[in-house]
Design a protein around this ligand. Structure first.
Ligand SMILES: [Zn+2]
Length: 72
């Protein structure tokens, strides 16, 4: 999870699920971002997380990220 929380804009990762699908790994995680963050910015964050996870677990890794607003 440090891989995900490295970025200070990403908070409270939870519901992390990893599964093996044949030779590949599927990763599902929920993260929270500032509720005022634009869709564009939060989407960019999910792309960064996906890229980082694929660097670690391989390019065929299936990544599913759910973005939620922080509770304030
Ligand atoms: Zn959640």
């Amino acid at each position: 999870l440090t891989l995900i929380t490295e970025n200070p804009l990403i908070q409270s990762p939870h519901n992390l699920r990893t599964r093996r699908i044949g030779p590949n790994i599927s990763i599902e995680v929920h993260v929270r971002v500032d509720a005022e963050m634009t869709v564009r910015a939060s989407h960019q964050l999910t792309i960064e997380i996906e890229q980082r996870l694929r660097e670690v677990y391989g390019p065929a890794t299936l990544v599913s990220i759910h973005v939620e607003p922080t509770k304030s």
